[in-house]
Write a protein that binds this ligand. Structure first.
Ligand code: SF4
Length: 175
């Protein structure tokens, strides 16, 4: 694998970071600094540790009950090249891929003009949870996200119809 990935940690099995049972990779480094962020230890771009991508993939392959993998943070779109490499392997295993970001989908489309891996990662992923965490819009009842401005975007549908399509939450609650 060609690219390096700096991570802050891993959660091997989670039901709160995306649909189904997910392996969660928390990347290190975030430029957004949302007040009230639950993962402030992930902000420093010089912190965390270098991940062994092959080891991560091995762990994912060895757990047959995982339904998906989630890239969280930190800001995943600050390291899109390495995450594309991982994402291609994960999709090859037939797992669902969820990506969190403090950018909006529209901002990512702009960023992708300068950094093609941003668009590539959006093409690989199934679900995008977008937007910064806003304390004034905090809502503990929301599924997989912390504030009401954050959207759960169905990327496959969005690609098909050419406009942002939101995830059908009811369908995935049964997974
Ligand atoms: S984007 Fe996420 S990790 Fe970054 S500051 Fe906001 S809530 Fe925290």
């Amino acid at each position: 694998m060609d690219f390096k990935l700096q991570i802050s940690g891993i959660v091997h099995e989670s039901i709160v970071d995306g649909p189904g049972l997910c392996y969660v990779i928390f990347v290190q480094g975030c430029p957004h600094h949302c007040p009230g962020c639950h993962n402030p230890q992930t902000h420093d771009f010089s912190g965390g540790r270098a991940a062994d991508l092959k080891e991560l993939l091995k762990e994912i392959r060895e757990n047959p009950i995982l339904t998906g993998v989630t890239f969280s943070g930190g800001e995943p779109f600050c390291q899109p090249e390495a995450l594309c490499e991982l994402g291609q392997e994960i999709k090859g295993m037939g797992k669902q891929l969820t990506v969190y970001t403090g950018y909006t989908y529209e901002q990512l489309m702009e960023l992708g003009k300068e950094r093609p891996a941003v668009l590539e990662l959006l093409k690989l992923a199934d679900l995008l949870v977008d937007g910064p965490y806003l304390e004034k819009e905090r809502d503990l009842t929301l599924l997989y996200r912390g504030s009401t401005n954050q959207r759960m975007i169905d990327l496959k549908k969005t690609r098909e119809c050419g406009r942002v399509s939101l995830y059908q939450e009811d369908y995935y609650q049964g997974l």
